[in-house]
Design a protein around this ligand. Structure first.
Ligand code: ADP
Ligand code: MG
Length: 684
């Protein structure tokens, strides 16, 4: 297919060619889709006499003088003149070659910002071109492309222009399906690369022009098509139909739980049970705020699968979280006669082999662990259900690896993902279009709301006083130290120092320390101390971010809160407010705060609702980062903005099934043109 054909490359690549490759500019279509970030207007000449202070303009004049002078510093001064006046060009940095070029020239075309200085009208460091009288003006605005240091703008401009000319931009979409007000793809691209002099720079810049809309529509359509395809492919797969038996494990588990399910938990359990009973693989996201009780819903789903004679795997992103699940699940399930295996990176040697054997023979019905569960060596006898907790914490590549691993079996297992970070609606409609979503929208009863307070660092001693009183009152406290990105060692030192300080400031109080460098058994020992209530204050790095569950803990202090992301802060805060005690979260920041830092802390202080937090997070960060696509390197949407372009998204979403049914070849080419190799990523 012509869109995919690579531009022929010579055997040795020049620096600019390598730089283009780095920018992903490989195919003609890639070049054609590399759009300007702004434009320069070289289509008009302004008479020198009409130049206005501070305005960017292009003028043309004859050179009347050119010399290097030493005023306050060495500088090149060139005076040009037209019929209406004269203009001084001033260069504080210049190459001898420039000096030579300009002194030899008789006529210059000059573009820059005019100002009125001590010596009359002048431009400092304008862009200068030697021309002859009557040299034609540009017919369109001059594009300025996103580039890199090794890639000169002029080189890139040429490459894009020829890529644009060569690229196959014939319409893929059949006539009549594209919203009428949008230009053809070819028109749109030609317009955006070379807009006419009359074009509104604002509409171009703000991406409001119909040409922009056309591109966004194309991109959204490709993305919708790939989602729909994935969904249909999945529907053809066969999974074991798993049904709860009356009087079976599912009912027994419900009977031994120390609490009643909330109405929301019952509802989502029912939704999941219906999925599992179908012979197609479940692909469902269970979302519910921190502390809403997702684990028990997962356990009930596991019970259904196991009761039907299949195995269930449960994966969590960290050892601590996996371990919490493990403890909770064995507490519930082992008394019912089940065998639970435990597989993480730190389980080694004989113990590991035993777990692997138990999974492979089917002796273990439930396998809990970290992503070690999906490593090559792990085999399951009969995997019927895979549950991933905090699915967004697994990278896109890991999620793909998981799917491919699971695919290797005769029957596809059901897949249930869980997340405390709810997906905003527009994202759910795009990246998760082929995902069913269940939402737990209420917290178990008896929780008291968390009050969040924000303090500057100078109030730290007040916070310590507060801890002293809370501990005297029987409360337990988390003190979270931030992750210092550059250095785990600094991170560690901070936590260690804070631990020493707090131990000294709180004599007679048991203060513990938990960080990522500790061995899993040491971590487990500290967690056990804290869970049992023997330890009152736990100084920790973000290792406690997900899943730690100690209901008696009612005070959370987060130091350098400005360094955390909003979702992360919300997750951390969710460690308190789990028991009957009124809980407080204290965010300590060190000024000055950036604007985003300010909006994050404000959001935290104003709401504890995870959905509202997610919405604000999307506002602050944009969808790309929200998805964790940063880590994967896959830039998922280049042109469309999910918030702003919702109407285009709706149109693309409506068109996708029609196109796939009636014009499957066009649909395939659309996905190839726009997503290329990214299509796989979108299935993760
Ligand atoms: P999350 O959704 O954040 O994973 P968990 O599953 O860890 O939440 O549940 C948080 C706490 O609430 C746990 O201690 C759990 O046992 C408890 N819990 C869950 N469901 C209920 C319920 N219906 N009633 C009372 N407590 C519950
Ligand atoms: Mg959880």
């Amino acid at each position: 297919m012509s869109e995919a054909a690579a531009t022929p490359q010579p055997a040795t690549k020049s620096a600019p060619q390598k730089a283009m490759e780095k920018l992903g500019l490989l195919r003609d279509i890639d070049l054609a889709l590399h759009l300007p970030m702004r434009y320069e207007d070289e289509t008009q000449l302004t008479p020198i006499g009409a130049l206005r202070e501070g305005e960017a303009a292009q003028v043309e004049g004859v050179v009347v003088d050119c010399q290097v002078e030493l005023r306050s510093r060495r500088q090149l001064l060139v005076r040009v003149k037209d019929d209406t006046g004269s203009l001084l060009l001033r260069f504080l940095h210049f190459y001898p070659s420039q000096q030579k070029q300009m002194s030899a020239a008789s006529r210059l075309r000059v573009r820059g910002e005019a100002r009125v200085g001590f010596f009359g009208r002048e431009m400092v460091h304008p862009v200068v071109k030697v021309v002859e009288e009557g040299t034609p003006l540009a017919q369109s605005l001059t594009p300025v492309y996103p580039s890199s240091a090794q890639l000169p703008q002029a080189y890139l401009r040429k490459a894009v222009a020829s890529g644009l000319a060569r690229a196959d931009l014939r319409e893929i979409l059949p006539a009549g399906v594209v919203p009428k007000e949008l230009p053809s793809l070819k028109e749109a691209l030609n317009y955006l690369h070379h807009p006419p002099p009359s074009a509104s720079q604002e509409a171009l810049h703000e991406h409001h022009h119909p040409a922009w809309h056309r591109l966004k529509f194309e991109e959204l359509l490709a993305q919708q098509l790939s989602q729909l395809q994935a969904q249909r492919e999945r529907a053809l797969l066969v999974a074991p139909a798993l049904r709860a038996r009356p009087g079976g494990l599912h009912e027994k588990l419900l009977a031994v739980l120390p609490f009643q399910l909330t109405a929301a938990q019952q509802r989502v359990s029912e939704e999941i049970a219906q999925d599992l009973a179908r012979p197609q693989p479940t692909h469902r996201l269970l979302q519910g705020d921190v502390g809403s009780g997702k684990t028990v819903v997962a356990a009930l789903a596991a019970a259904v699968a196991i009761d039907a004679g299949w195995q269930c795997a449960l994966m969590a992103p960290t050892e601590i979280l996996a371990e919490q699940h493990f403890r909770k699940l064995i507490g519930w399930l082992e008394p019912l006669g089940l065998k639970v295996a435990w597989i993480t990176g730190s389980v080694k040697g004989k113990a590991r082999q035993k777990m692997l054997d138990a999974a492979a023979s089917g002796e273990a019905q439930l396998i809990v662990g970290t992503h070690a569960v999906i490593e090559d060596k792990v085999r399951f006898a009969k995997l019927g259900l895979a549950i991933i907790d905090e699915q967004h914490r697994f990278g896109v590549a890991q999620r793909l690896a998981l799917r491919n691993k699971l695919k290797a079996m005769d029957l596809e297992p059901h897949l249930l993902m869980m997340s405390a970070t709810p997906i905003p609606r527009t994202l759910a409609m795009t990246y998760f279009a082929d995902l069913d979503v269940s939402t737990i929208d209420e917290l178990p009863p008896g929780r008291s709301p968390i009050v969040t307070k924000v303090f500057t660092e100078s109030k730290r001693h007040d916070v310590v006083d507060k801890i002293r009183m809370a501990v005297a009152d029987g409360a337990q406290v988390y003190w979270v130290c931030p992750l210092v990105e550059e250095s785990e060692a600094v991170d560690l030192r901070n936590a260690t120092e804070t631990h020493a300080e707090l131990s000294e400031q709180l004599p007679g109080t048991s203060v513990g320390l938990l960080h990522g460098r500790m061995s899993p058994s040491d971590k487990a020992a500290v967690m056990a101390e804290f869970s049992s209530g023997r330890m009152s204050v736990l100084v920790a790095t973000t290792v406690i971010e997900v899943g730690v569950d100690v209901p008696n803990a009612s005070l959370m202090v987060i130091e350098h809160a400005e360094r955390f992301g909003l979702a992360q802060l919300h997750q951390l805060r969710g460690r308190v407010g789990r028991g009957a005690k009124a809980s407080v979260c204290v965010l300590i920041y060190s000024p000055p705060l950036s604007d985003t830092g300010k909006s994050r802390l404000k959001a935290m202080a104003e709401t504890t609702d995870g959905f509202e937090i997610a919405r604000r997070d999307l506002d602050i960060r944009g969808p790309g980062e929200f998805m964790g696509s940063r880590q994967s390197g896959a830039e998922l949407l280049r042109f469309a903005d999910l918030q702003e372009d919702a109407p285009l998204l709706v149109a693309a979403r409506a068109l996708a099934p029609r196109l796939l049914d009636q014009h499957p070849e066009a649909a395939r080419r659309q996905v190839a043109r726009w997503l290329g190799t990214k299509a796989e990523f979108l299935k993760a």
